[in-house]
Design a protein around this ligand. Sequence first.
Ligand SMILES: Nc1ncnc2c1ncn2[C@@H]1O[C@H](COP(=O)(O)OP(=O)(O)OP(=O)(O)O)[C@@H](O)[C@H]1O
Length: 440
Amino acid sequence: MRSPHSPYGRRNPTSAVRNTPDSLRSSPRSLYSSSSSSHKSTSSLNQVRIAARSVAGAFVACFVPPETKTAKNFADSDELQAPSVVSDDLGAGSVRKRGSVRSIYASSNNSTHPTEPGSLKFTMAEIYKATRNFSPVFKIGQGGFGTVYKGRLADGTLVAIKRAKKSVYDKHLGVEFQSEIRTLSQVEHLNLVRFYGYLEHEDERIVVVEYVPNGNLREHLDCMHGNVLDLAARLDIAIDVAHAVTYLHMYTDHPIIHRDIKSSNILLTENLRARVADFGFARLAADSDSGATHVSTQVKGTAGYLDPEYLRTYQLTEKSDVYSFGVLLVELVTGRRPIEPKRELKERITARWVMKKFADGDAILTLDPRLEQTAANNLALEKILQVALQCLAPHRQNRPTMRRCAEILWSIRKDYRELSASDIYSLSSQSLRCTSIRDE
Ligand SMILES: Nc1ncnc2c1ncn2[C@@H]1O[C@H](COP(=O)(O)OP(=O)(O)OP(=O)(O)O)[C@@H](O)[C@H]1O
């Protein structure tokens, strides 16, 4: 049984009891809990600015701009429109119940692969039926792993069906697929895309996950869905992601490193709550009981989000996710992509540009121009950038844990809400439309 109030679920009962949301709500040692104390916050700001200068200077910019890979063709036909079985917005970071997943599998007894305890196997017939033979009409995305289809299971549940490119999994990598499936089947958190099952048949490798209906974060920052995401929503999303990744790092049976935290992997529900997706690259972290501090792997991930220390040493730890999360925070407040190849040289690597502005005391110039410059927005921007800067520290031992990030962001949100309530100008930002800004 998991504590219904825990934002993370748990790896073992004792740690779960220690780490309830109460400890998150009251974080007396939070860097930001005393934000109203101007002296304290000014000196802490100065310290962060000094650090920002060194980060900005040390930032390594050797990335190739990512290609836009996703041909969007949302299959929103009536045929595939059905209410999701996933109840939405149960509060940041709640752990979900498995009940509805099991009920889906109750109907898959006819599978040619009988369901084994803990394994959730689909048959090719079920997949063909759900996707109408992989009809292009139901294609919703294309990524490094392969093609993503929207589908509907026999019981009406909407799912996303990820079909691996043939090149991704050849026979030799079968073990890797199996280990990913094992990992997927063990995680369960409200802010992680729910895993429903898989299929491994001849050269087909298919993963079936929860369908998340409101596109990905990058699309929302690009205003592809009509409205501007206000800063309150962006903070909620950052906290959701921090909870999901904290859960992976601390509360699963074995720590899991996501390895590909990025805005296109943050899917949004209709209520703009985040579901972290894409465990294609996820790896089990080093087992601290054995004394190991990292695992050595081939570099994987996405340009612009990659931890420079991991790039240099091939040593992967949870702090690589923290680095990527720092890039994501910068993306959230600026609206810019991590790499902006069309901008002038000094603005091309967004994090480096932001850190320079922050160090110069000009953080305000980095706020997404689609957002209004209210007192609440300006203060939240400064504080979020402070967290981002810590996450982007060149050396992993100087980065906070993901759990610490979540605590700080909680505290920022609390202050933000209080200030917004007394800030009459913040009301107008709620109705900002994407058309209110020219594209730069
Ligand atoms: N569970 C899902 N529900 C709804 N849409 C999804 C789901 N999973 C993926 N998508 C859509 O399909 C797109 C491609 O997903 P996918 O995870 O394969 O690739 P990616 O994350 O964009 O790239 P890469 O795999 O190279 O990192 C996503 O950006 C998203 O828009």
